[in-house]
Design a protein around this ligand. Structure first.
Ligand code: AGP
Length: 619
């Protein structure tokens, strides 16, 4: 998740563009860059690290006046970008903007171009030379190849050759008054000012300059000049679109118009999962995790997989255990990192140890990874942060691509981690030949459909969840019950309720209930039952009947269209149907929302819950 900004108008725009990037730094901040067009020439400065480095490189920090935009008159058209690396290391060359062979065309892109390898091979064969490892640079060369004097048509033709999940903006030295941008899934919005226009990934980038915004939809191309914006579809047909007046204040702007970061991040889950799986599923019958650089021999020789993590990451690992054992038939051991590191575990060279940590800085998880590595195990880090300590304490790294998560309570990083667990389970099965081609393709297409299923579920459950929260937010205790792959969902749901609403909440394997916890039940206890379709649904339904027999309220999370749980539920919340092993990634959504709504109704600060920190670097 990167941030893009563009400007065309009458004002010198270097500072405007960098100020816009500062408002988008939550989207990514490992490197940044700016390109400005003046006197028919494009000048570019890029820097690794946060925006202070870009400011210094651009001579904006009052240091020696070496950087860009010293041209006279200063540039009034430009592009800027803040990066969250996905393709290509964090280097200056890989930072955006990227240019074509003649440096006349410059682009900035947010998202992922899935067919970048074949396009790069094609363009290289045709004589194009690339200066970065990124997928994004492709676009500059495609526009160069399609350019016949009309920048909009060159962008449209290039747009139609791309596959993936992206939004980009382009500038051409021969068109000092025009920017052209296009959108496929990733957000893109135009800021309409007085004789000036902005292009951005999100409204906060230009809100300090104008409150008039034009949202660009999927499959659209927009041509922007100081006089206005012209929207067309992929075929070139003009599209009418209404300009909106934005009423947000500064604080709301930081949150993209949401009341809290957590609520915004819950809604960012379709994007986070889409970006996380995108190019790792290059076709309908293959998983590509070649980025891991773990040899097939190592994977074939793995005797056991051990997953170590803390908190929400531990729960993602639990889902992963079910999936990996189910598909790849490798035994998976799961342990809380703070326990694993002190129990003198038996681990060795034919073990694959996976350390899951979104921050990449959690002390106990790092220590557990180091311990396993010292004992000769192959260690894989699953993290959301490029360059974090976990990436240095591992032999291989698999990145979730959820973008920066500011809310202390993890949401989008959880679903992105679960998506990575599914990718890993299928990839190991593919390497070890434990799934037949038909089943593998079936699961790959279900995985590819998950971003839409997540969006669908978020749209369909919020009212029902609000009703439960209204009824139960003064509760003294919540119990969560689940079986098989539903159990990690319960554990995560209970953790969310605990950490942001401060209501004591417990999650239990439903089969364990009659061995003790059933004593907790009375008619005031809300019992959330995860009863999505799975081989243990019948058992789960009888556990729900036991709970209802004690007068407790059963709120069940079920697979859409199943209806099997109706008679055993006081309230049923349906989530989108997918393969039973993939259900947790949608079943968790109403539980995130329930904890959120309950906490809000109790007037609590969900972004900064008491006693908690986003990253636990102490032991
Ligand atoms: C989850 O909402 C909490 N913030 C916490 O449990 C967290 O998952 C845990 O501290 C692990 O963090 P990590 O993924 O950064 O290692």
């Amino acid at each position: 998740m990167c941030g893009i900004v563009g400007y065309v108008g009458g004002r010198p725009c270097r500072d405007l563009l960098v100020a816009g990037l500062e408002k988008l730094e939550y989207r990514g901040y490992d490197s940044a860059g700016i390109s400005l067009l003046a006197d028919g020439r494009v000048e570019t400065v890029r820097a690794v690290g946060n925006l202070a480095n870009l400011r210094a490189a651009a001579g904006m920090d009052g240091g020696e006046d070496g950087g860009v935009a010293v041209a006279a008159p200063p540039a009034t058209i430009g592009l800027a970008h803040t990066r969250w690396a996905t393709h290509g290391r964090v280097t200056e060359e890989n930072a955006h903007p990227h240019g074509d062979c003649s440096d006349a065309i410059h682009i900035v892109l947010n998202g992922i171009v899935e067919n970048h390898s074949e396009l790069r091979a094609e363009l290289t064969e045709q004589g194009h030379s690339f200066s970065s490892e990124t997928d994004a640079e492709i676009v500059a060369h495609l526009i160069e190849r399609n350019y016949e004097g009309d920048l909009t048509e060159a962008v449209r033709a290039s747009f139609n050759e791309l596959r993936g999940h992206y939004a980009f903006a382009a500038m051409h030295a021969a068109h000092p008054d025009t920017l052209v941008a296009a959108r496929q899934e990733c957000p893109l919005v135009i800021g309409i000012g007085e004789d000036e226009l902005f292009i951005a990934s999100a409204i906060p980038a230009f809100l300090a300059q104008t409150r008039r915004a034009l949202a660009i939809e999927n499959g659209e191309v927009v041509t922007v000049t100081a006089a206005g914006a012209t929207v067309t579809d992929a075929a070139g047909t003009p599209v009418e679109r209404e300009v909106q007046d934005v009423s947000w204040d500064e604080e709301a702007a930081e949150k993209g118009g949401y009341e809290t970061f957590m609520r915004k991040e819950i809604d960012e889950q379709p994007d986070a999962v889409a970006e996380t799986i995108a190019d790792r599923l290059p076709s309908r019958d293959r998983v590509d995790l070649s980025e891991l650089e773990i040899s097939p021999e190592v994977i074939a020789g793995v005797r056991r997989i051990v997953i170590v993590a803390c908190g929400t990451s531990y729960h993602a690992g639990l889902v992963g255990r079910y999936a990996i054992e189910q598909w790849a038939r490798v035994p998976v051991e799961m342990d809380i990192a703070s326990e694993y590191r002190y129990r003198n575990p038996v681990v060795g060279s034919d073990d694959l140890v996976i350390g899951i940590t979104q921050s990449g800085e959690t002390a106990d998880t790092l220590a557990a990874m180091r311990l396993a590595r010292e004992q000769g195990a192959t260690v894989l880090a699953l993290t959301n942060i490029m360059g974090s300590q976990a990436t240095r304490d591992a032999d291989a790294v698999l990145y979730t691509r959820a973008g920066l998560e500011i809310g202390v309570a993890a949401t989008k990083t959880f679903t992105a981690q679960v998506a990575c667990m599914y990718l890993l389970g299928l990839w190991i099965a593919q390497q070890r030949g434990t799934l037949d081609d038909e089943r593998l393709s079936e699961l790959i297409s279900e995985l590819k459909a998950l971003p839409h299923k997540i969006q669908e579920t978020l749209d369909s459950v919020s009212e029902q969840v609000q009703a439960v929260a209204t009824a139960e937010h003064e509760g003294r205790f919540f119990l969560y019950l689940g079986r098989n792959i539903g159990l990690p969902v319960c554990l995560e749901g209970a953790l969310k309720m605990k950490e942001i609403s401060y209501i004591p909440s417990d999650a239990y394997a439903a089969g364990e209930m009659k061995h003790g916890p059933i004593a907790l039940l009375d008619e005031s206890t809300p019992v959330v039952c995860v009863a999505t379709d799975s081989p243990t649904l019948d058992k789960m339904l009888s556990n729900m009947a036991e709970v209802r027999a004690r007068g407790a309220d059963v709120i069940s999370i079920v697979t859409a269209g199943s209806g099997r749980a109706a008679e055993d539920s006081d309230l049923m919340i349906e989530v989108s149907r997918t393969d039973w092993v993939l259900q947790p990634i949608v079943a968790i959504l109403p539980l995130q929302l329930l904890a959120y709504d309950v906490a809000r109704m109790r007037g609590l600060n969900v972004d900064q819950p008491r006693n908690l920190a986003k990253t636990v670097t102490v032991e």
